[in-house]
Ligand binder design. Structure first.
Ligand code: PAF
Length: 286
């Protein structure tokens, strides 16, 4: 695996792969990689011939009071993990390389509706920052296929919509969330949890599972069901940000008639904000 830091070196390496007729896969990341990211890279290696990953902690998607400065930078360890998972080329640009004219006047990409509500409500501007950097990275790499984790469910929906709406000739694949044995979704932010918080954290997924069970058993009074579950989380020591059932594709608020659903949650443990989700496909009769 080679690592490049400039757009021109990235373009040259991708052009040479293209000249050899190779299909290009891409996995954008912010580094501090865990086995969920490694899984995305291995999938890209299965589906394409030349895998590019990027590591860039994108300031444009962090709010003023968020963890941009303390976001872990672990380049050497990340390089090993990427190489082991089958990555051919790592693009690790500086902020100046990505935003040479600064960020204030940077052209933005925004995906209305899908970016509103859920994480968009408590992180204003976040999805505009994500859509902007991902479209820049797409234009730099020009991959055939890009792979994202389903753990960031709203992000994946925003990126799919952006690629569709702007006619980007890129296949977008979403991969299932990788979980620790106790059910906690792997996340770079899990490292912020204290020992007691880490012990409590799997209850977030347990909450989603028991909601899914209730829905499969026929509960359709979502506001009531969710209010009770949210109270349960609070009693356990979480500070819930949201807990919602949405229609799975467009993330519209769910109606009792919808069958293809997703339950999404964000909750704080101490200062750490955890998110998770669980898709629920109800049988058409039930
Ligand atoms: O999911 C992430 O790590 C980031 O939001 C992404 C997609 C790499 C854009 O910065």
């Amino acid at each position: 695996m080679i690592t490049v830091n400039t757009v021109s070196a990235l373009r040259a390496a991708v052009a040479s792969a293209r000249q050899q007729g190779l299909k290009v896969g891409f996995v954008p990341t912010m580094g501090n990689l865990h086995s969920g990211h490694a899984e995305l890279v291995s999938k890209a290696a299965e589906r394409t011939d030349f895998v590019v990953a990027s590591i860039f902690v994108n300031p444009l998607q962090f709010g003023p009071s968020e963890d941009l400065d303390k976001y872990p930078r672990t380049l050497a360890a990340d390089q090993h993990k990427l190489e082991a998972a089958g990555c051919d080329l790592l693009f690790a640009p500086t902020v100046a390389q990505m935003y040479p004219d600064g960020m204030a006047g940077q052209t933005r990409v925004s995906v209305p509706q899908l970016s509103e509500g859920l994480c968009g409500a408590s992180r204003p501007g976040h999805f505009e920052g994500v859509a902007t950097v991902v479209s820049k990275l797409f234009n730099m790499v020009q991959p055939d296929l890009a792979i994202f984790g389903q753990k960031d469910y709203q992000q994946l929906a925003v990126i799919r919509a952006m690629a569709r709406d702007l006619n980007m000739p890129i296949q977008i694949d979403g991969e299932p969330t990788v979980r620790a044995e106790d059910g906690l979704a792997l996340s770079s932010r899990n490292g912020y949890l204290s020992e007691p918080e880490r012990a409590l954290a799997p209850q977030l997924y347990a909450c989603l599972q028991s909601l899914a069970e209730a829905m499969h058993a026929g509960r359709r009074d979502y506001p009531r069901l969710l209010a009770d579950a949210q109270q349960g989380l609070q009693e356990q020591g979480f500070r819930p940000d949201y807990l919602e059932v949405r229609e799975a594709r467009h993330l519209r608020p769910a109606t009792p008639e919808d069958r293809d659903l997703v339950i999404l949650v964000a909750a704080y443990l101490g200062n750490t904000r955890l998110i998770d989700n669980l898709q629920v496909k109800l049988s058409s009769g039930g």
